[in-house]
Ligand binder design. Structure first.
Ligand code: 5RP
Length: 233
């Protein structure tokens, strides 16, 4: 199977297996998680899923859900009351303890709020995302208040990271997130303790979010090139 087919397979599987009528769901961002949203839309159109309320993790997912006719709410809405039954999202890296990095699509801040507000967190990836150590091959994104860039860069360097401002592709200058901030991607030369690093990064003033997800106990669906889907809990 090619890369897109694997992403579709695993995204569809998450919707088919885990999302039930009446659920309040978080819908993730990226080229894998979007297939879960598409499948939810399809099942709703077929009448096989009813009474779904969804919280999107980005403007990408919000737009897609609006096109699919999936009813959207915020975490603050009384119908959601700050807690979701389940969230399905992608990841950039998954280690053997099921610690993750996320934020390749720049949505890490809302993705983390939504994931940590969910009773179950399902992660959909292809097998290329499995790594022995986080942050070595794929940089760890952080969302930073614009006025805090330089002090944050210094603090990142002290933690052993090389920070780089993420630049936009079809616009000059930095990527501006859905929340109006910039992204600094961190590359580490040597392995670190993800649980500790997630907290250390979150203590830096002006750093609003980081892409390490080490405290969320995900269930990970891994799509393989032969079409098999493996589940790791
Ligand atoms: C976006 C994310 C994505 O879930 C992550 O980057 C994986 O994306 P893809 O499935 O396209 O590889 O965290 O902020």
């Amino acid at each position: 199977m090619d890369a897109i087919a694997i992403k579709k397979e695993v995204g569809f599987a998450a919707a088919d297996e885990y999302i039930k009528s009446g659920m309040k769901i978080g819908l993730g961002t990226g080229t894998t998680a979007i297939w879960c949203a598409r499948r939810v839309g399809e099942l709703m159109r077929q009448g096989k899923l009813r009474d779904i309320l969804a919280v999107p993790t980005s403007s990408q997912t919000e737009l897609e859900c609006q096109q699919l006719g999936i009813p959207l709410r915020s975490l603050n809405d009384p119908e959601i009351a700050g807690e979701l039954d389940i969230t399905v999202d992608g990841a950039d890296e998954v280690d053997s303890d099921l610690c993750l990095t996320k934020g390749g699509g720049g949505a890490l801040l809302i993705e983390k709020i939504v994931a940590y507000a969910s009773k179950r967190f399902i992660v959909v990836v292809d097998s290329k995302k499995l790594v022995s150590h986080l942050g070595i091959t794929f940089p760890i994104p952080t969302e930073v208040l614009r006025l805090a860039r330089v002090p944050a860069e210094k603090a990142f360097t002290q933690l052993g990271a090389q920070p780089e401002v993420r630049l936009a592709v079809k616009k000059m200058g930095p990527v501006i997130t859905d929340n109006g901030n910039i992204l600094l991607d961190l590359t580490f030369k040597s392995p670190f303790d993800p649980r500790k690093m997630e907290v250390d990064l979150s203590l830096i003033p002006g750093v609003l979010g980081n892409g390490i997800f080490a405290r969320c106990k995900p269930e990970v669906l891994i799509g393989h090139p032969d079409g098999k889907i493996e589940t790791i809990r």
